[in-house]
Design a protein around this ligand. Structure first.
Ligand SMILES: Nc1ncnc2c1ncn2[C@@H]1O[C@H](COP(=O)(O)OP(=O)(O)OP(=O)(O)O)[C@@H](O)[C@H]1O
Ligand SMILES: [Mg+2]
Length: 441
């Protein structure tokens, strides 16, 4: 997937995000450049830095969505962090490296999930054999003898047909030592608990515990264990490290909140700048130790985002500015954009609600002027109250469809056509009354 050309990447992003062409182009170039870097020979390869980007734009115009879709396209490990969280009390100077640990954790899960799919068929066979051995103890070793073979096969046949699903069996199941430690960790000390798990999780021998359950449940419980047996965990971790280092994407949201500027030079600025200095090493490239071993961050792609209403990118410390060479402004969304956002993306809201009601055999349709009206009301609501971008469409749609969602299937059946009148009567009052709309929309 990383071999998509920048143009193809933009085309893929177009399926989910309306407009914002400049931002799409920048992330597409950044992604392709990473692939290009991989192809470069010799020592120059390591000199080529990622095209870290700052997405600048008001709330709800697609910043996060672009980054998220990009990472999906690239099948890249992806984490989203609010930069401002590191300014919170208790966080100061703390463990910015956890971002990289999280990224690595996601990569491990991702790689293992991919391998699991590949080994699942084999694991299912192993599970079946294990259950058969429990049902017919001792038969396995003598099953080649012709007299016992039919017994084994008959049982297998019944098992496969699900005839034994309700039968209870007793067997050994490995306990997840991580889970045990979590229980042991005192309340309110989750972090301590997870550190413990990190430190000792791998060292503690997995305990076996006798479990008794129905075959249908045993299948699921055993499958996990059998899948895990078929995974070469060291190899998976190697691959996860490689993927984190070469294609990891970190989305640093609210970066403007840690920029100086705005409110004078004292007070919170000190801690904000401190956070920038904390973040700097991982953006510049450093080695972070994780429970899976060291991970280098030199080629991790950082996409930062912020509204930058008060602070400007130039209020960031110079070192950090230098590490985010690409700045893109996102456009605020127009009424016309709203119309398209409602209908065009593959996950468009109207498609979502239509699909939801289809499960109840209700066919929901919107006339064109209804969609115009929704877009127009969303735009007005954004102007009257806070501009929350496309998020306004969510609140408007849920208000508009509240009654239908409530009374389906009791009252509504068959086809429902939403026209302009219906939209107006459901929402006009709310929009006109600021007190109401502030709560509802
Ligand atoms: N240009 C767009 N095209 C399609 N959907 C959009 C667009 N902009 C926003 N949305 C939708 O609006 C919601 C919010 O968008 P998103 O999370 O990307 O906002 P954001 O720009 O990151 O805002 P914030 O600064 O508040 O984090 C999402 O559900 C997203 O699908
Ligand atoms: Mg966002």
């Amino acid at each position: 997937m990383e071999t998509l050309t920048p143009r193809q990447i933009v085309n893929e992003l177009d399926k989910y995000i309306i407009g914002q062409t400049n931002a799409k182009k920048s992330v597409a170039i950044a992604l392709r450049n990473r692939w290009r870097r991989q192809q470069v020979e010799g020592s120059l390869k390591n000199e080529i830095m990622p095209n870290n980007i700052i997405l600048i734009g008001p709330t709800g115009v697609g910043k996060t969505e672009i980054a998220r879709r990009l990472s999906k396209l690239a099948k890249a490990p992806f984490v989203k962090v609010e930069a401002s969280k590191f300014t919170e009390v208790g966080y100061v100077g703390r463990d910015v490296e956890s971002i990289v640990r999280d990224l690595m954790e996601i990569a491990v899960t991702m790689v293992k999930a991919e391998i699991s799919v590949k080994v699942e068929a084999k694991a299912k066979i192993n599970v079946e054999n294990r259950i058969l051995e429990i049902l017919l103890p001792g038969y396995k070793d003598i099953k080649s003898d012709s007299e016992n073979l039919p017994t084994w096969d008959k049982m297998k046949d019944r098992l496969q047909k699900g005839l034994l699903d309700e039968k209870e069996i007793e067997f050994d199941l490995k306990e997840d030592s991580g889970k045990m430690l979590q229980v042991l960790a005192p309340m309110g000390m989750e972090d301590f608990g997870s550190n413990l798990k990190d430190m000792f999780g791998g060292m503690m021998p997995k305990k076996k515990k006798k479990r008794k359950m129905k075959i249908s449940d045993a299948r699921k419980a055993l499958l996990e264990e059998e899948v895990s047996k078929l995974i070469d965990h060291d190899k998976a971790i190697e691959e996860a490290v490689r993927r984190t280092e070469n294609s990891g994407i970190v989305f640093l949201d609210e970066i403007d909140k840690i920029a100086g500027g705005g409110k004078g030079k004292n007070g919170p600025d000190v801690s904000r700048e401190g956070v920038q200095r904390d973040i700097l090493p991982i953006v510049e490239g450093s080695t972070v130790s994780t429970k899976y071993g060291s991970v280098k961050t030199d080629h991790v792609l950082f996409i930062a985002a912020g509204a930058f209403h008060v602070a400007k990118p130039s209020d960031l410390i110079p070192e950090l500015q230098g590490r985010f060479p690409i700045r893109v402004e996102l456009d605020s969304l127009s009424e016309e954009d709203f119309k398209r956002i409602l209908t065009e993306p593959e996950n468009a809201l109207i498609k979502q609600y239509t699909a939801l009601l289809e499960t109840e055999s209700v066919k929901l349709e919107f006339s064109e002027d209804a969609i115009d009206e929704i877009a127009s009301l969303a735009f007005i609501a954004n102007e009257q109250m806070e501009n929350i971008g496309a998020r306004r469409l969510h609140t408007i749609m849920s208000k508009l469809l509240e009654e239908i969602l409530f009374d389906t299937p009791d009252r509504f059946k068959g086809n429902i056509m939403i026209n302009q009148e219906i939209v107006k009567s459901a929402l006009a009052e709310v929009i006109k009354n600021p007190d109401l709309s502030e709560f509802i929309l």
